[in-house]
Design a protein around this ligand. Structure first.
Ligand code: NAD
Ligand code: UDP
Length: 319
């Protein structure tokens, strides 16, 4: 297959490109490098099955005929989408239309990377796909949440009106190597802080929960979904739930760090709880995650150590 991956230089997109190339597909990765890095694609640089194009998918673009479109471009960390609010809304709206048009013209299948943020600050727990969510449409997180909710609506519209063979994955908090060291997400922050011996910054009292999925489990679930006839959104995430304070302790345990934990104000509209109901994914895809948080953190440690070392060298060189 000739496959288009948008957001290819990002954390999840780069792992997706690796898997698709390893399975024999020819991949065209596109990215405008807003929050991604070319280093994430270094391993594919000399691979004849992979081609990279630097472009903004919120503007119309042409990459020729493809068999599958994976639309993963979008800032995803709360810090990134707050810094790039308009770009985030554009890539979910204009970007989605541009990518869906490519799928329509090519007769290609399409998969949208959506998010657990569609459930907002959920009042139903755990979250099944049938839950419509509790989203603040005008708060600071709305640039991301409404971008993705619009992207889902547009995807369903191309299915209904243009008969494009679409799929929607709702990704829950995913982590692993290639997370950007400074994207402000909880795993990046805690790993960096723990490995540098800095205080771990827990926002609020740390009683809010998240459910963390290791990236290889996430990619496996997404690929299985992409090969089904299922059009409605499907949750892919790890259903084991942690308070953020528990997560901080887990990072300290795995890294063997002596860092302390400090408490900082909770960001506005920070969801109080989040845990996927993965009953549908289990039934439909015969999929469930295999790697627990401690194991996933151990698998990520070498990457974070190296990223910290590179940052230190760059800081020293700049002085
Ligand atoms: P990321 O920031 O590492 O990757 C996103 C990539 O999209 C970056 O490389 C960025 O440069 C690129 N991009 C942004 N706007 C673009 C544009 N207009 N044109 C071309 N490229 C553009 O984030 P990620 O964690 O890898 O997230 C990837 C996708 O998965 C996103 O759509 C995100 O919403 C979704 N997702 C991720 C998580 C998670 O926990 N990682 C959770 C839910 C959903
Ligand atoms: N968080 C934290 N300390 C940090 C970064 C994040 O306590 O240094 C909290 C954040 O307030 C949220 C959770 O960790 O409750 C997950 O945050 P993240 O930014 O990773 O993603 P979210 O799930 O909120 O999109």
């Amino acid at each position: 297959m000739r496959v288009l991956v948008t957001g290819a230089a990002g954390f999840v997109g780069s792992h997706l490109c690796d898997r698709l190339v390893a399975e024999g597909d020819s991949v065209i990765g596109v990215d405008n490098l807003l929050t991604g890095r070319l280093e994430n694609l270094e391993q594919l640089q000399n691979n004849a099955k992979f081609e990279f194009q630097q472009l903004d998918v919120s503007e119309p673009f042409d990459i020729g005929r493809v068999d599958y479109v994976f639309h993963f471009a979008s800032p995803a960390s709360p810090v990134d989408y707050s810094n790039h609010g308009i770009e985030t809304l554009k890539v979910g709206s204009y970007g989605s239309v541009n990518c869906l048009e490519i799928a329509k013209k090519s007769g290609a299948k399409y998969l949208l990377a959506s998010t657990s943020e569609c459930y907002g600050d959920p009042t139903v727990h755990p979250q099944p796909e049938s839950y419509w969510g509790n989203v603040n449409p005008i708060g600071p997180r709305s640039v991301y949440d409404e971008s993705k909710r619009f992207a889902e609506a547009m995807t369903m519209a191309y299915l209904r009106y243009h008969k494009v063979d679409t799929h929607i994955v709702r990704i829950f908090n995913t982590y692993g190597p290639r997370l950007q060291l400074n994207d402000g997400r909880v795993i990046s922050n805690f790993m960096k802080q723990a490995l540098r011996g800095d205080d771990l910054t827990v926002y609020g009292d740390g009683s809010q929960t998240r459910s963390f999925c290791y990236v290889s489990d996430e990619i496996e679930g997404i690929l299985r979904l992409s090969r089904t006839d299922e059009h409605l959104p499907t949750n892919i995430g790890n259903p084991v739930e942690f308070t953020i304070l528990d997560c901080a302790h887990k990072v300290l345990e795995v890294t063997g760090s002596k860092s302390r934990i400090t408490f900082e104000p909770l960001p506005v509209d920070d969801p109080k709880q989040r845990r996927p109901d993965i009953g549908k994914a289990k039934r439909l895809l015969n999929w469930e995650p295999k790697i627990d948080l401690a194991a996933g953190l151990r698998l990520s440690m070498e990457y974070f150590e190296r990223a910290i070392e590179l940052e230190r060298k760059a800081e020293t060189a700049a002085v």
